[in-house]
Design a protein around this ligand. Structure first.
Ligand code: NAP
Length: 255
């Protein structure tokens, strides 16, 4: 699809100011989608928008806290007005608040569930009506290998496992209307999120990634683009018979 093609479909990517979300937004733009770049701070979306526009694509920055029902609805309404009805939704926004269970506060638990799981629910709810009307849609949720359980992440692993259940339920409910729903579940990906974990552990990022890489069968950590290409697959026309699935992208077997 070219930029002038009126049939260009619209994709929404949350948490797209940086990391996996930014790479996914850029990839979907290269695939021909007009991309709404959602993040907490609209100004923080500027670099992703610039990358897409420099590459000849179309993008819109939207400041939105996905865990807030009114902001999710208003953000999607802005997309409809500026770009058109969303056909693809990538629920990628995320935070971590790691702690062992005996130290984790209810606030830390709720904050993580609120962004990952409630945020995905709210954004899917706001987008699905447009997809159902169009009889075509793709919902792609960013889970994690942590969904299988991870020390210090009772909040995060619960949210990521919950996202897999949400994905399967949306696949069942929305399938009759031409809408698929799938999960990408990354392993270790080098982003600011994992850099912050290294900092908390008091080691350099190079040391952290080096240690991790030895435990990964392909002997490297992932890059945001490794995840973006998996999202790109689920968003395609020809992936229309693939729904309710979880694809672990982790350099080795998981699940
Ligand atoms: P990142 O670099 O921290 O990016 C996450 C983005 O989400 C940030 O720009 C953040 O904004 C934004 N965000 C946070 N809360 C939000 C909210 N309420 N509404 C809208 N946007 C919000 O993280 P990443 O490593 O790219 O991870 C992206 C996704 O992949 C997350 O869901 C993460 O759990 C998942 N994942 C990552 C890895 C990994 O190894 N990196 C592995 C498995 C799964 P602020 O900067 O303002 O907070």
């Amino acid at each position: 699809m070219s930029e002038t093609n009126p049939a260009r479909k619209v994709a929404v990517v949350t948490g797209a100011a940086r990391g996996i979300g930014a790479a996914t937004a850029a990839r979907l733009a290269r695939d021909g989608f007009a991309v709404a770049v959602f993040d907490l701070d609209e100004a923080a979306c500027a670099s992703t928008v610039e990358i897409i526009e420099k590459d000849g694509g179309r993008a819109l920055a939207v400041g939105c806290d996905v865990s807030d029902p009114e902001q999710a609805e208003a953000g999607v309404a802005e997309v409809v007005a500026e770009l058109g009805a969303p056909a693809v939704l990538v629920n990628n926004a995320g935070i971590i608040r790691d702690n062992l269970i005996f130290k984790m506060t209810p606030q830390e638990f709720d904050a993580v569930i609120g962004v990952h799981l409630r945020g995905a629910f709210l954004m899917a709810k706001a987008c699905q009506k447009h997809m159902v009307d169009a009889k075509w849609g793709r919902i792609i949720n960013m889970s994690s290998a942590a969904a299988l359980g991870n020390r210090g992440q009772s909040n995060y692993s619960s949210a990521k496992a919950g996202l897999q259940a949400l994905t399967k339920t949306l696949a069942i409910e929305l399938g009759p209307f031409g809408v698929t729903s799938n999960c990408v579940a990354p392993g270790f990906i080098a982003t600011e999120m994992t850099a912050a974990t290294a900092e908390r552990m008091g080691i350099t990022f190079e040391e952290f990634t080096g240690r991790y890489a030895t435990s990964i069968p392909v002997r490297r950590v992932g890059a945001p683009e490794d995840i973006a290409q998996a999202v790109s697959y689920f968003a395609r026309e020809e992936a229309g018979f693939v729904s309710g699935q979880v694809l672990y992208v982790a350099g080795g077997p998981k699940g």
